[in-house]
Design a binder for this molecule. Structure first.
Ligand code: ACO
Length: 380
């Protein structure tokens, strides 16, 4: 136990401030409020690099050359189609279950269907990761269409990852400004250090379990309202507020009820979440050609919560109006987060696999000791 934490060390509730491992994939700098992907500040990437380029960067550590990007795009294009018999299984599920539950189940189904699922070679895990990263948008669009009684659409080769999603959901090719907005959203949410879902994926990988198990577990973690479902909850909050005039009464009610403002606060950032300003700008520009109301309410709420509680917005706050302006149903929001984070989860699973050690922390036991067994007949 020489290098390990001694059981008498103070427990950091929620592992706050604990460095649980190392990674070269991304850095969440809470003091400087910066997010770095493989050496690049996200401010440097957003609006310039596509999700295709950023996913390659996260997987391989370098931005692709022109020919590498062409090959990568070809692989994503090739992987995006979901087998019809897998979609048939989706059709048999209760389609109005939470979309994250459906996605979690379908990743598991794809794992059961993959003859290479248990192949431990790093190249094999890489292939699975590329394919599943590509397929996730197809699955989520299919879930969205089935929920509206529409037939799922196959991906259209030649469209970008983001444009393909919007095409498969809405049934028509998006105008470039909408595809660009979703692409930027995917870039901004592609990775984020040892967040709860990524850490979950790494913990599962640490046991040398398979890639699909790690992603399935990560989806389960992202599904929670303190993590990825905050984007959906933020939209529900905006809908509940309804008009700009209702912002202040809502804030007062929430404070009085000791409830949380969804899309506010962060464990690591001590100031503004560096992704939020970009998402706000995109939501604002989409709002000008759409329904400005949601952006107006959001901005008013941001100010009111700041004045009342000095809480910063996080990534999920303006994700809500942004995704809404793209015509994405609120119920799919967290699954959209999963589409983006697939690249990050996959890169972390590969990194963990390549240099693995079982992740196994200690716990501080707080129960009784030394109890004597009492036979059932004598227990009261
Ligand atoms: N609304 C109201 N109060 C808040 C909020 C919030 N959104 N966030 C934190 N606080 C308050 C807490 O009530 C607590 O106050 P107290 O000490 O008086 O009780 C204090 O700030 C500290 O809160 P903790 O929950 O201990 O902070 P923690 O670091 O554990 O939580 C979290 C971080 C979960 C993100 C929290 O801010 C929260 O619940 N936010 C709302 C949900 C959300 O937006 N989640 C998405 C996070 S980003 C992501 O995962 C993609």
């Amino acid at each position: 136990m020489s290098n390990a934490q001694q059981p008498t060390d103070p427990v950091k509730k929620g592992l706050e401030g604990v460095v649980a491992g190392s990674t070269a994939i991304s850095d969440v700098d809470g003091q400087q409020c910066q997010l770095i992907y493989r050496g690049y500040n996200i401010d440097e990437l957003v609006g310039k690099a596509s999700y295709e380029e950023v996913s390659y960067l996260l997987f391989y550590g370098k931005l692709p050359t022109r020919s590498q990007l062409a090959e990568w795009t070809r692989q994503l294009d090739g992987g995006r189609t979901v087998d019809p018999h897998v979609l048939d299984i989706l059709k048999q599920l209760p389609i109005h279950a939470p979309s994250m539950a459906l996605l979690r189940t379908m990743v598991s189904v794809i794992g059961c269907d993959d003859p290479q699922a248990e192949d431990e070679a790093l190249e094999s895990i890489q292939k699975k990761a590329i394919r599943l990263t590509a397929q996730t948008v197809t699955l989520v669009a299919a879930i969205g269409r089935l929920r509206e009684n529409n037939t799922p659409l196959p991906p259209k080769p030649g469209l970008s990852h983001a444009a393909n999603f919007l095409y498969m959901l809405h049934g028509e090719e998006p105008v470039p400004v909408l595809a660009k907005a979703l692409d930027a959203y995917f870039v901004l949410l592609a990775d984020h250090g040892f967040n709860a879902s990524t850490f979950t994926a790494r913990t599962v990988t640490g046991t040398k379990s398979d890639y699909y198990s790690a992603v399935t577990a990560a989806i389960g973690s992202l599904k929670g309202p303190l993590h990825g479902a905050a984007n959906r909850k933020a939209m529900e909050m905006l809908e509940e507020i309804g008009t700009p005039e209702q912002v202040e009464p809502y804030v007062q009610r929430t404070l009085a009820d000791h409830k949380r403002f969804m899309g506010f606060g962060h464990r690591v950032y001590k100031g503004a979440d560096p992704r939020a300003k970009h998402l706000k700008d995109i939501a604002k520009s989409l709002g000008t050609t759409n329904e400005t109301k949601w952006f107006v309410i959001s901005e008013k709420l941001q100010d009111a919560v700041w004045n009342a509680k000095q809480l910063y917005i996080n990534v999920d706050f303006y994700s809500a109006s942004l995704l809404h302006y793209l015509g994405i149903p609120t119920e799919l929001f967290t699954a959209m987060f999963a589409c983006a984070r697939m690249a990050g989860w996959s890169a972390h699973i590969l990194e963990q696999w390549a240099d693995n050690r079982l992740i196994r922390p200690l716990s501080q036991y707080t129960g009784p000791r030394g109890l004597k067994f009492v036979p059932l007949s004598e227990r009261t």
